[in-house]
Design a protein around this ligand. Structure first.
Ligand SMILES: [Zn+2]
Length: 627
């Protein structure tokens, strides 16, 4: 034992002596616990760094987690100077917990097998921990970048800094490597050890539980911890995704705990939202659906998600929404990547990351106009054909939901003037009056059918006093599938999804996908929400069962749009050519709202419009929400 460590380690319980102590209380034991899995090139350095500590007494415990490389050989070479165990591979958390169970130290140094400590690390932290009676001491850490050929360069020094509220920091995503910490045995016990159910992000989980259990943290400025990381990140995208999913799970759990304890303050909410948002934006280019889900979670916690961003970003986010701000950022990223490439490549890439806007038109029925059409659902066949010919003449190209999904997935640009035509409810008349027109003109469309009502009638509308209309049959669906018509699901019975429990949602959403696969002989690619009404729970199930879904929110779509809430605009049977054009360009019809009184007057006087007046039960809101 060194004299110096005797002075350092008097438990903090005795009064600090003003003169050097030659003999005194035995300083507390520190256990260094090193889990090792295939760390052959580094484990020796880690163990040596533990044995070379100036502090004493120290015990070094190495748990080999089923390594298949030369790790065990290296471990054994230390002979009686360390304790070690080996067994089948069961994960890092299990190995750390096993090491903890074997240990006797009053303080614990967890050390990953590829990191190492500088000699005075534990001595210095023991001085702080015993002086302050903190449960956890942490310091700065030095990044060491190592390439595949073993070349090493020093990376940045991460300054941990004194944090006012550790829990807030950890909810916000702060997670130093274990080597930078020294933890008291009782704090590890209170936190319940390491979570063996996690395959990654165990550190985040462990620290968060330390903080939740009320442990006190103390910052010891300075750096004697070396954190090794590959010079070029080698973690596969799949692993990175799994880690992020784990982090989200950990945060959700912490949030629930805090909420139940009545401790979920605004600060904690903001910190959690920051973490959600940070992870969300990593997936903007690769999994926009997840991006949107996390963004929604973040925005639910705090309205100021974008606060930490640049002024420009915040301006765009405020005016157009965060997805648009992300879109611009993504475009810039792509441009930066392409900066040395040809101009053409840049242009091409810009298209890929920000394809042109896709309008989606929503039709219901096409056929002879019923005597009374309070929902304005039916468009006359001549009118429909005029609109289709107009699209062709203007150079519009129809695409299918499956083509949109593929273009998104492969980051491909859409054709210049793309439009997606959709028909909701699957009326029998469209088979007679709309599909043949589409076929003749070489156009494609999506039809959303109610799989439990095929060959029957629109019972859901009849209940509201709407006239009975026939729905297409299963044979008709089978016959037209692949003939330019892509069938999607509009649930089994056209119920309002916001009123259903989980089991009913599963049945309506996933069940109708099964139906459609059976009937049309092809997987259902997309889904339309009945009445345009959706909830988070509904959207979740839709995202599991389909590649895309259409709502009745107005607007056009680009790759920043939530693919499970694509926007559509409802074509009215009395849309003028200008109004129709507005729907294509803007995804909405601003004239309709602005000139409504004028239009009503026009219709009442019959001065311009010769068509029979349309009775509008419920007015425009009714129309908009109709799906
Ligand atoms: Zn519908």
């Amino acid at each position: 034992m060194k004299n110096g460590s005797g002075r350092a380690g008097n438990h903090g319980r005795e009064p600090v002596a003003k003169f050097p102590i030659v003999s005194g209380p035995i300083p507390p034991l520190v256990s260094v616990i090193i889990p090792c899995y295939n760390a052959g090139p580094w484990i020796g350095e880690a163990i040596r760094s533990a044995l070379d500590q100036t502090y004493s007494p120290i015990e070094v415990i190495v748990i080999d987690d089923g390594s298949v490389d030369r790790s065990l050989e290296v471990i054994k070479s230390f002979g009686g100077r360390i304790r070690w165990e080996t067994g089948p591979n069961q994960g890092g958390s299990r190995a750390r917990n096993r090491g903890f169970a074997l240990s006797a130290g009053e303080y614990i140094q967890f050390l990953d097998a590829d990191d190492y400590l500088l000699p005075g690390k534990i001595e210095r932290q023991m001085r702080v921990v015993t002086g302050s009676r903190a449960d956890v001491v942490y310091e700065d850490y030095q990044n060491l970048l190592e390439s595949a050929d073993g070349t090493r360069t020093w990376g940045p020094l991460d300054i941990s800094g004194s944090q006012a509220d550790m829990l807030e920091m950890m909810l916000g995503g702060w997670a130093p490597p274990p080597c930078a910490l020294l933890v008291s045995r009782s704090a590890v016990e209170r936190a319940g050890g390491w979570n063996e159910n996690l395959t990654s992000a165990q550190d985040n989980d462990f620290y968060l539980r330390l903080a939740l259990a009320g442990s006190t943290f103390r910052y010891a400025p300075g750096c004697k911890s070396v954190y090794r990381r590959p010079a070029v990140p080698t973690v596969s995208t799949r692993d990175a995704r799994a880690t992020d999913e784990n982090v989200i799970r950990i945060l959700d759990e912490a949030r629930t705990n805090l909420l139940e304890a009545g401790r979920l303050t605004e600060e904690y909410k903001r910190a959690i939202a920051r973490s959600y948002f940070r992870i969300a934006r990593k997936y903007f280019d690769t999994d926009v659906a997840w991006f949107h889900r996390l963004l929604r979670e973040a925005e639910r916690l705090t309205p100021s998600v974008a606060d930490g961003q640049s002024r420009k970003y915040r301006l765009v986010a405020r005016a157009l929404g965060i997805p648009e701000a992300e879109s611009i950022r993504s475009l810039k990223r792509a441009a930066a990547r392409q900066v040395s490439g040809a101009g053409e490549a840049l242009k091409d890439n810009a298209h890929r990351v920000w394809p042109r806007q896709l309008p989606i038109l929503l039709y219901h029925n096409v056929g002879p106009l019923p005597a009374e059409d309070s929902f304005n659902l039916t468009i006359a066949p001549e009118q429909f054909e005029r609109q289709m010919r107009w699209l062709v003449a203007r150079g519009y190209q129809t695409i299918l939901p499956s083509e949109w999904v593929a273009a998104r997935r492969e980051s491909r640009a859409l054709p210049g003037k793309a439009v997606l035509l959709t028909f909701d409810d699957g009326y029998a008349d469209i088979v007679e009056y709309a599909f043949p027109v589409l076929r003749r003109l070489g156009l494609k469309a999506a039809a959303y059918v109610v799989t439990g009502r095929l060959g029957r009638t629109n019972t859901w509308d009849e209940a509201e006093g709407y006239p009975t209309m026939r729905l297409m049959t299963a044979e008709q669906v089978r016959g037209w599938a692949g003939q330019g018509i892509e069938f999607g699901s509009h649930t089994r019975t056209h119920r309002d999804l916001t009123t259903l429990d989980a089991a009913a949602l599963e049945d309506e959403i996933a069940g109708s996908a099964d139906d459609l696969r059976r009937i049309a002989g092809a997987p259902a690619v997309s889904f339309a929400y009945p009445y345009g009404r959706f909830s988070d729970a509904a959207r979740e199930i839709v995202a599991q069962a389909y590649g895309a879904a259409v709502s009745c929110e107005e607007g056009t779509n680009n790759h920043a749009t939530d693919p499970f809430l694509l926007r559509r605009t409802i074509v009215n049977r009395d849309d003028s050519r200008t109004e129709y054009f507005a729907r294509l360009r803007l995804g909405r019809n601003p004239l309709r709202a602005a000139f409504k009184p004028y239009r009503i007057w026009k219709r009442l006087t019959g001065s311009i419009d010769k068509r029979p007046p349309v009775q509008r039960a419920g007015g425009f809101d009714r129309e908009i929400s109709k799906g």
